[in-house]
Ligand binder design. Structure first.
Ligand code: EPZ
Length: 416
């Protein structure tokens, strides 16, 4: 686990290129398993979670050839196992997407119960009940979820909670089921639409992705395709917050503005000046930031994966801001680390009250998960003095070359 050393107080200036969406890549890589030939994926982010998903595919017998940092040719036709190795699955929650992909292809799947970031209880009852509705039986055997089905039969599935992961898993499991599957109360995140677009590009028949009702007509065979992953809205939002807290002037490039509307709206409401171009934004912040209230919710609301980052930014906004976490039960564990830097934040369950306006001061802090780590980087960039952040591997799971990108914007950041 490495350490970042960041000297705060330097205004970020210049341009930064945003990479492909981590959460789209982590859903589409397992989906290549369904193709009948090699798929070429472009605009993949060069991050450790993607490396891990490739390792899982290789362990099951697929071939993965990287063409540079952002393109991979995946041929999963040679897969000879329906078991995701325990030691790999435990490292990343998104490995449970292999449940839906393997079940779809082999009527069988064996994947360890999910690990990954722990900010509150993260059940998978909607995934398992969805598989059951499609005709699969499941049991948990020594920490491994074992799924089996004689055949998969399309059906109507209603999610009583909007779930990104369950929507993705049932999309994967239903594309070759017999008949039609209808997912009601589906998640609408951009990476769900990206997965549906990829699956349709290899011959699936999916309509309604991006709305709360998705209809999947089962097909018997899927071909291969070349596909480009969407840009990462959370990486983009994180760099917007970094520019803002340093009173910088940064052009954020290679983005899809439509996916950022809630983040742009919130940033503008606190006084950040944002200029829109075709696929880039210019983020300037000259004057003092204003307080705001934020509630994280399912797309198109303000994303929960930006909640730690906006909270860190609001420590520099004069006045009292209220941040409400609408998705997770316990996603404020990082607040203690911000308070070590002088932030005045009190947390009561799903609500954090931020008394902002005083500049933070450097302190040794520890990242407890990916987006919490991003929040600490944001705080350190705006703080007085030199901050050391432990557990940089969490941050590197979702931010490609963050040291190189920030250095290019004029920050002082070193990895030791
Ligand atoms: C995905 O997690 C993302 N992970 C998370 O991002 C993100 O925070 C989350 O969606 C919400 O947007 C990936 O895409 C790999 P959910 P997921 O199922 O799918 C409840 C990051 O930083 N629920 O949408 O696990 C659950 O408890 C990560 O990249 C059930 O009750 O989230 C939560 O309250 C962190 N039963 C709500 O639904 C279930 O079976 C939303 O969870 C599943 C979920």
């Amino acid at each position: 686990m490495g350490r970042f050393v960041i000297e705060g107080g330097r205004r970020l200036k210049g341009e930064v290129n945003i990479n492909g969406s981590k959460n789209a890549a982590l859903a589409i890589i397992p989906a290549t398993l369904l193709a009948s030939g090699p798929c070429v994926l472009s605009n993949l982010p060069n991050i450790s979670d993607v490396d891990l998903s490739f390792e899982i595919l290789r362990k099951m017998g697929a071939t993965v050839n990287r063409q540079g940092k952002h393109v991979a040719i995946i041929d999963a036709t040679s897969i000879n196992s329906t078991e995701v190795p325990f030691n790999l699955a435990m490292k990343m929650r998104a490995s449970y997407y292999y449940l839906g992909a393997l079940l779809s292809k082999f009527n069988e799947a064996n994947v360890a119960m999910p690990g990954g970031c722990n900010f509150g209880v993260r059940p998978i009852n909607l995934h398992l009940n969805g598989f059951k509705s499609l005709g699969a039986e499941y049991r948990v055997d020594r920490g491994i979820i074992r799924l089996k089905a004689k055949h998969l039969q399309g059906t109507k599935i209603y999610f009583d909670v909007v779930s990104v992961g369950a929507t993705i898993n049932i999309l994967l499991a239903s594309v070759m089921a017999q008949g039609v599957t209808i997912i009601e109360n589906a998640a609408k995140e951009p990476h769900i639409v990206d997965l549906a677009n990829f699956l349709n590009s290899i011959g699936a028949c999916i309509v309604g992705a991006g709305t709360n009702v998705i209809k999947i007509k089962g097909v018997s065979k899927l071909k291969s395709s070349n596909y480009t992953i969407i840009p990462d809205p959370i990486e983009a939002g994180s760099y917007m917050a970094m520019a803002a807290i340093t009173k910088g002037d940064v052009v954020i490039k290679d983005i899809t503005i439509k996916h950022l509307e809630s983040i742009i709206n919130k940033m503008e409401s606190i006084g950040v000046h944002i200029t829109r171009y075709d696929n880039s934004l210019r983020v300037c912040c000259a004057d003092a930031l204003k307080k705001a209230d934020v509630t994280s919710q399912a797309y198109p609301g303000f994303p929960t994966d930006m909640q730690p980052q906006i909270t860190a930014l609001l420590t520099s906004a004069k006045g009292t801001s209220i941040v409400t976490e609408g998705i997770w039960n316990n996603r404020f564990q990082y607040v203690g680390e911000l308070c070590r830097m002088g932030a005045v934040i009190t947390v009561d369950g799903k609500v954090a009250v931020v008394e902002g306006g005083k500049r933070l001061t450097a302190a040794p802090v520890v990242a407890c998960d990916l987006r919490a780590g991003a929040a600490l980087v944001i705080a350190a960039l705006g703080a007085k003095g030199i901050t050391e952040i432990e557990n940089t591997s969490y941050i590197e799971r979702g931010y490609e070359d963050i040291v190189g990108k920030l250095t290019g914007l004029g920050a002082y950041i070193r990895k030791v």
